[in-house]
Design a protein around this ligand. Structure first.
Ligand SMILES: NC(=O)c1ccc[n+]([C@@H]2O[C@H](COP(=O)([O-])OP(=O)(O)OC[C@H]3O[C@@H](n4cnc5c(N)ncnc54)[C@H](OP(=O)(O)O)[C@@H]3O)[C@@H](O)[C@H]2O)c1
Length: 252
């Protein structure tokens, strides 16, 4: 059991993070702008504030051991051309401030939702997808995720995971979920926000590049629980890519 700080717990993916973390027995605290609007599971502590304010992060982080961020650079709707409503560098700024607070308070573990195509993953996208992103307002979120990538990689004292999700849907939970190293397998196209990798009915499979080390759904859902999960990143049936810190995994 860990004491977790969740950023973005009021969001569509964040709601599932709160639920799964609480169900797994973690003590969960979520920093949210409007606690009245959040339907959190029993036991989850809602702290009013914003990740755009470092003092709010400081207050919410006190006594926690790890951070999960499912913040988004939001648009007015899911329409790719809808107007962005978050500041352009909202996620990168929040990540930088969160890492600062983690340093101050001795918190060493962070997991952040990223996106397929962020940072050096851009080179793996096909030209049509790149054109769609570049021409639409989806680009704002991508650029912000790339900023997060840079901020996180520049941090030296934390153990981090960037989960590079493919397109998220609100369909019912499904499985199995599988993770692998970036660039070792072709990712799937969508993943359901509700899917808990732990719900997979299939046996774990071995992640390419991590010989004989099984990457089970449970690991993917709860990397905080596994001190030595397979490095890097992911794909396929479920589709999100995870990059882990060099410090912990030795991955370059
Ligand atoms: N949609 C996709 O297909 C897709 C694909 C790959 C990766 N992702 C990534 O997955 C993550 C989760 O996405 P999602 O769709 O579940 O997110 P979401 O429902 O849009 O939730 C966004 C969260 O960010 C917070 N937030 C946004 N702007 C804020 C601001 N200016 N100040 C304070 N808080 C702010 C929201 O707080 P409030 O509730 O207070 O607004 C909410 O908790 C994102 O990083 C996204 O880029 C998405």
């Amino acid at each position: 059991m860990s004491t977790l700080l969740v950023l973005g717990g009021s969001g569509r993916t964040g709601a599932h993070v709160l639920e799964h973390a609480a169900r797994r027995g973690h003590l969960v605290r979520a920093l949210v702008r409007n606690p009245d609007a959040v339907r959190a599971p029993a036991g989850v502590e809602l702290v009013q504030g914003t990740p755009a304010n470092i003092d709010d992060i400081r207050r919410a982080a006190k006594g926690t051991e790890a951070v999960i961020s499912v913040l988004n650079n939001a648009r007015a709707s899911d329409n790719p051309w809808a107007k962005p409503v978050s500041p352009p560098t909202f996620m990168a700024d929040a990540a930088r401030d969160t890492l600062t607070v983690m340093g101050e308070q001795g918190i060493r573990r962070i997991v952040l939702t990223s996106t397929q195509g962020a940072g050096d993953d851009w080179a793996r996208l096909n030209p049509l997808v790149k054109a769609f992103i570049t021409l639409s307002n989806v680009k704002v979120g991508f650029d912000d995720h790339t900023g997060v990538d840079q901020v996180v990689r520049a941090s030296s004292d934390v153990d981090w995971t960037l989960a590079r999700a493919v397109a998220l849907t609100d369909k019912p939970a499904s499985g199995p979920v599988r993770a692998a190293e970036a660039g070792t397998e072709k990712p799937g196209t969508t993943i359901n926000r509700a899917t808990s990798p732990g719900s997979s009915s299939r046996p774990s499979r071995t992640t390419p590049g991590s010989a004989r080390r099984p990457w089970s759904g449970t690991h993917a859902a709860d990397p905080l629980r596994d001190p030595h999960p397979p490095h890097a990143q992911q794909r396929s049936e479920l589709g999100c890519a995870v990059r882990r810190s060099r410090r912990r995994t030795g991955v370059t």
